[in-house]
Write a protein that binds this ligand. Structure first.
Ligand code: FES
Ligand SMILES: [Fe+2]
Length: 390
């Protein structure tokens, strides 16, 4: 798991003036909305005796620890220690990590890391939104799933063009056809600082849902175009065009709960059957398809992707996964990968916090930052290029 990315922490409607606990990257956070409507996200562990802040309450827009009532403002500063007396000064060192938040597409995002704003990977853009408003001609649905698989396994599944044929009977032909070779030589690749992906076409059956099939006007197999890729460590975009006029654009924002569990928010845009009464139809289809992926992903072994490519056999259709892993290796080399072996080794002895931007300004934090794999020079970080295993 990696610090220094924006992660979805919940639906906007789910974050209110009552504090809620969210687990991400194997750590706990408390979120609440203040009276001005701004969402705050702090590390959940109180720096007094380790109380869980989310078990407390919000008083004057600040979270009050349930154990001894210390209060923390949205910027993480402790503003009140009741046992010291009414007007006592609170030492500056008494603070917890506070994380930047932003609301987009009906979701609350938290930036879990200490990177300065100018250097951050942006939240994945959804071009069909103008600000937080859906563009004319489009309809959106949002769905949340939380399942027992590792986030990297899930992103790699999303950019894996070869699984559709077998995992999704509605997307392919369940292995019944001989001519399903993935023509990676025809892929059009995309590779930028934060994103890799590809555009391609494939043969697909007519749409499974009768009303959607009718809207498509297509009742036979056809070659359809699309594209998919990752954005940062844990977001995924998939563009599907069942006909040249018809678009299903899916944006999946994932947050690792921990190494073995993942929270997924699926924002689905469509440019057909856009009446809100059709939302449930779209959500039902998406839930079926996502469930097919889940059934495969939760049984993959090992639970985490192998550290060595020699422990898997790569084919040309796995090249997108190789490119994604190359990016992860670069981000690890920047010192962003959490050393979970060390975290787990100390699990009962140390309450860690994900480092927040304020750690670059203030010294003397009470909680330890999570251990990270050491940053390495760029050259040493290079891994073999994606391709068939030697
Ligand atoms: S543990 Fe939070 S106030 Fe004491
Ligand atoms: Fe899938």
């Amino acid at each position: 798991m990696y610090i220094n990315f924006w992660y979805p922490a919940g639906l906007s409607t789910g974050i209110t003036a009552t504090p809620v606990r969210r687990r991400m990257l194997g750590q706990d956070f408390v979120l609440w909305r203040d009276s001005a409507g701004k969402v705050h996200c702090l590390a959940n562990t109180c720096c007094h005796r380790g109380g869980a802040l989310a078990g407390g309450k919000i008083v004057e827009d600040e979270v009050q620890c349930p154990y001894h009532g210390w209060r923390f403002a949205g910027d993480g500063r402790c503003t009140r220690i009741p046992s010291l007396g009414r007007d006592a000064r609170v030492p500056a060192r008494v603070r917890v990590d506070a994380y930047p938040t932003e609301e987009r597409y009906g979701l609350v995002f938290a930036f879990l890391g200490d990177l300065p704003e100018a250097e951050r990977c942006p939240i994945m853009d959804i071009p069909e939104y103008q600000g937080n408003v859906i563009a004319p001609g489009w309809a959106a649905t949002i769905q949340h799933f939380e399942w027992d698989f590792n986030f990297q396994r899930s992103i790699e599944n999303g950019i894996d063009g070869a699984h559709n044929e077998f995992v999704h009977p509605t997307h392919g032909f369940s292995g019944d056809r001989e001519d399903i070779r993935i023509a990676t030589e025809d892929y059009r690749w995309l590779d930028t600082e934060w994103v890799t992906g590809f555009f391609s076409s494939r043969r697909a059956p007519p749409l499974a849902d009768a009303k959607m099939r009718e809207a498509s006007g297509r009742t036979t197999d056809a070659v359809i175009s699309g594209g998919t890729g990752h954005h940062g460590v844990a977001s995924l975009w998939t563009l599907i065009h069942p006909t040249p006029q018809m678009s299903i654009h899916q944006y999946l924002f994932e947050a690792p709960v921990d190494e073995a569990r993942t929270s997924l928010y699926l924002v689905n845009l469509r440019n057909f059957l856009i009446d809100p009464s059709e939302d449930e139809r779209m959500k039902t289809r998406n839930a079926v398809v996502a469930g097919q992926d889940r059934d495969v992903l939760q049984d993959l072994r090992p639970v985490l992707t192998p550290e060595s490519r020699a422990r898997e056999f790569f084919t040309p259709s796995d090249a997108a996964i190789g490119k994604y892993r190359d990016k992860l290796a670069q981000w690890e080399a920047r010192g962003w990968r959490i050393d979970m072996d060390e975290v787990n080794r100390n699990a009962r002895k140390v309450a860690y916090a994900i480092p927040s931007p304020a750690r670059r300004e203030h010294k003397g934090w009470i909680l330890d930052a999570v251990p990270l794999y050491p940053a390495r020079p760029a050259a040493a970080a290079a891994r073999p290029a994606a391709g068939p295993a030697a």
